[in-house]
Design a protein around this ligand. Structure first.
Ligand code: HPA
Ligand code: ZN
Length: 319
C-alpha cells in the first residue's frame, strides 16, 4: 500500500481553491458568461498576468457569505480526506469589497466554512489576510488596517500576493508595519516571478518569518545563506511554479537543493485547480519526481506546523 503521509499547508488562496465545477455552478446561478476563463472544465490562462486576471474573474463568481462558506468548507473537507490536519487560507478583503459583499461578510463566510469543516473532520485552519500588490500600496495598507482591527480569532497573519513586478517591496512596507504592530504573523510573496533581489528586499524591509515561494533565492547563494541564518520558512508550491513556468520541470525545481542547503521548506498547493494540482499531488511530486525520502517529507509537514501562525496550545496538539 502506498504511504499516505500526514499533511499540513500554510499557503493556499481561497478563490484559487475553487474547483472549476463549483465556479461553473456559481456562474450559471448568477447568469455570468465564463467562456473566457473556463473551458472544458479547466481554467483558461497562459502566463502569470493572465492567471491573475482569471483569478479575479473566478473570485467575482462568489458573491455572498454563504458562497464563501461553501467554497471554504468544500476545500477543507477535501484536504481532511487527504490526511491533512492544518491549513492556512489566504484571503483578500479587496475581493469581498469588489463584488459588493464587503470585507466583514466575506470574512464571516470563510470563518463559517472553517468552523463547519472543523466540526465535520477535525481539520484546523487559520486565515491570512492578504493585500494584492497589483491593487496598489493604498489598498495593501487598507488590507493591513482591516486585518489589524478584524477582531476575528481565526485571522492570525498578513501577506501580500499579486503582481510581484509592481513597485518595490519598500512601497508596501508600511502595511507590514501595521500588521506587525497588531501582533499578526508576517509572510510575503517574493522570489516567484522576480529574482533573488525580491527575497532580499522582503527580508530587509518586511522581516517576515516566512516567504511565499521564495524559490528564486536559489539564484543568489548569499540570499540562500541569509534564509538559512534567519531560519525563514519558504512556503514552496512546486506545482504552481511549474504551471507558471518559473522552472521548466520538477527535476530543475530547487526545492531539494534549498532543503539540502539548510533552508526550512514546506509543501503547499497555492491555487490548486488553476495549476492542476492538490496538496496530495504536491506530496506525491515531492516523493516521486523530486525523490525526497519519507523522513524528508514528514519533516516538511512538521516545518509547516512549526511555522504556522497559530497559538502554542494548538501547535502543540498538532505537532
Ligand atoms: N502569486 C502571486 N499572487 C497570487 C498567487 C501566486 O502564486 N496566487 C494567487 N495570487
Ligand atoms: Zn500564492
Amino acid at each position: 500500500m502506498t504511504r499516505n503521509p500526514l499533511k499540513a499547508e500554510i499557503h493556499c488562496h481561497i478563490e484559487g481553491a475553487a474547483p472549476p465545477a463549483l465556479a461553473a455552478a456559481q456562474a450559471s446561478r448568477y447568469g455570468v458568461d465564463t467562456s473566457h476563463i473556463l473551458r472544458d472544465g479547466a481554467y483558461v490562462w497562459s502566463d502569470f498576468s493572465e492567471f491573475l486576471v482569471c483569478y479575479d474573474a473566478v473570485a467575482a463568481l462568489f458573491k455572498t457569505a454563504e458562497d464563501y462558506a461553501l467554497l471554504t468548507e468544500t476545500y477543507l473537507n477535501e484536504l481532511a480526506a487527504a490526511n491533512t490536519i492544518y491549513s492556512e487560507i489566504i484571503v483578500s478583503p479587496d475581493h469581498g469589497d469588489r463584488i459588493g459583499l464587503g470585507a466583514d461578510a466575506y470574512l464571516a463566510g470563510i470563518s463559517d466554512g472553517i468552523r463547519a469543516a472543523r466540526e465535520k473532520t477535525g481539520i484546523e485552519a487559520r486565515i491570512i489576510v492578504t493585500g494584492e500588490r497589483h491593487f496598489g500600496p493604498d489598498r495593501v495598507i487598507s488590507a493591513a488596517e482591516y486585518a489589524a482591527r478584524a477582531g476575528n480569532p481565526l485571522v492570525t497573519g498578513f501577506n501580500m500576493a499579486g503582481e510581484e513586478r509592481m513597485g518595490r517591496v519598500g512601497d508596501y512596507a508600511r502595511a507590514f508595519d501595521i500588521a506587525r504592530d497588531a501582533g499578526l504573523g508576517l509572510t510575503i510573496h517574493a522570489g516567484e516571478v522576480c529574482g533573488a533581489f525580491s527575497v532580499s528586499d522582503a527580508l530587509d524591509l518586511v522581516r517576515p518569518s516566512r516567504i511565499g515561494h521564495g524559490v528564486r533565492a536559489i539564484e543568489d547563494p548569499a540570499v540562500v545563506e541569509r534564509l538559512v541564518e534567519l531560519g525563514t520558512v519558504l512556503e514552496v508550491c512546486p506545482g504552481s511554479n511549474i504551471a507558471l513556468k518559473v522552472f521548466p520541470d520538477f527535476e530543475s525545481h530547487p526545492l531539494k537543493v534549498l532543503r539540502a542547503a539548510g533552508v526550512r521548506v514546506c509543501l503547499n498547493s497555492d491555487d490548486p485547480p488553476f495549476f492542476h494540482t492538490s496538496l496530495e499531488r504536491e506530496y506525491e511530486i515531492a516523493s516521486g519526481e523530486m525523490r525526497l525520502s519519507d523522513d524528508e517529507i514528514d519533516a516538511m509537514t512538521r516545518t509547516a506546523l512549526e511555522a504556522a501562525f497559530v497559538d502554542e496550545e494548538t501547535r502543540a496538539r498538532l505537532l
